[in-house]
Design a protein around this ligand. Sequence first.
Ligand SMILES: CC(C)(COP(=O)(O)OP(=O)(O)OC[C@H]1O[C@@H](n2cnc3c(N)ncnc32)[C@H](O)[C@@H]1OP(=O)(O)O)[C@@H](O)C(=O)NCCC(=O)NCCS
Length: 373
Amino acid sequence: MSTPTYSPGLEGVVAGETAICTVEGGLSYRGYGVGDLSEHCSFDEVAYLLLHGELPTAAQLQQFHTRVAAARRLPPPLKHLLGELPKWTTPLDALRTAVSTLGHFDQDAADNSHDANLRKAERLLAQIPVVIADHYRASKGLPEVPARQDLSHAANFLYMLRGTEATATEVKAMDVSLILYAEHEFNASTFAARVIVSTLSDLHSGITGAIGALKGPLHGGANEKVMDILFATGGPENAEAWTRAALARKERIMGFGHRVYKAGDVRAGILKTYARAAAPAAGAEKWEETADIMERVMAAEKNMYPNLDWPAGRLYHAMKLEIPLYTPIFAMSRITGWAAHVIEQLDNNRLIRPRALYKGPAARAVKAISDRG
Ligand SMILES: CC(C)(COP(=O)(O)OP(=O)(O)OC[C@H]1O[C@@H](n2cnc3c(N)ncnc32)[C@H](O)[C@@H]1OP(=O)(O)O)[C@@H](O)C(=O)NCCC(=O)NCCS
């Protein structure tokens, strides 16, 4: 056997092939740059692109919308469960449980064919926003707001959450954030999903595991930490001193740095415009100013730049969305990328089973229990 190579955290390791997305030469989905997609497409078109491989025609988009909108409902036992979860259950934990539960009710659950996986993916795309909104409202003692079939993914989600229609500006900002969150090659949650289904498990199992991986603050959980950090600084007056002190304590500033992008994340620049535009109406200019100061300090001191979570946390705050919803919103978008990868993996499967570099004791013989110690 040849000497195994080892890279901690698999940094720089090419662990598979994909036709869905590349970070080379700027992030693109199936060949389209994310800037281009954010400017010219809705999230729903991008969801179709990721799942079906091409941007939809008007007719294909209409049919896709009809299928997804019709699936915006939950089985009654899941609705009951969401209402019965302990009150301290976070929205992301509730979503993880819900996706696992939805597997029990999906007629295609055990069918790993390409077409069945697409059907399941479209259903989960439809159901995830319903889960987030229903659980949120149940946790507040509010009655559920039934899904609307005439609204887009983003517009329907905001409507179900709040019970009122969002403005076109809000829907566009949410749409752009969802487009930018939709897919990112072999990130931790997507890779986790691929590992799970590479055993010939199923799509619901893969997505449940992906949500578990997304939760951590080094990955999707970072967007929920952004406002905590900005609040902790106290505002623009203290931002520089606070950031320098945090760095001196060797703390990580969530929303900065990236395993792949060392010179900046193109997505952060795109979404910053929307976070900035949303701030005045919410009286949040102070946090935009604070963010600017922190960006300058992080660049000067650590040569480190914001990732997508940095503007996303601020945008959602300016939209008056509660912080524990931020990572579930990420999942509501990334379901498209996860599902595309699950389908790609299962369409050309090989079990993902790497090796470990052994660092334990040398071979030895078992002693009788009386001779140990
Ligand atoms: C994303 C992340 C995990 C990538 O990490 P990575 O490529 O493994 O980088 P490393 O953990 O090797 O970090 C390299 C150095 O930069 C520091 N660093 C990394 N991210 C940092 C951050 N956000 N704030 C402060 N310092 C940071 C590390 O402490 C380390 O310092 P050291 O060399 O003095 O020990 C990391 O940048 C991070 O934790 N960011 C904050 C969480 C976040 O925003 N996650 C969302 C990612 S999209």
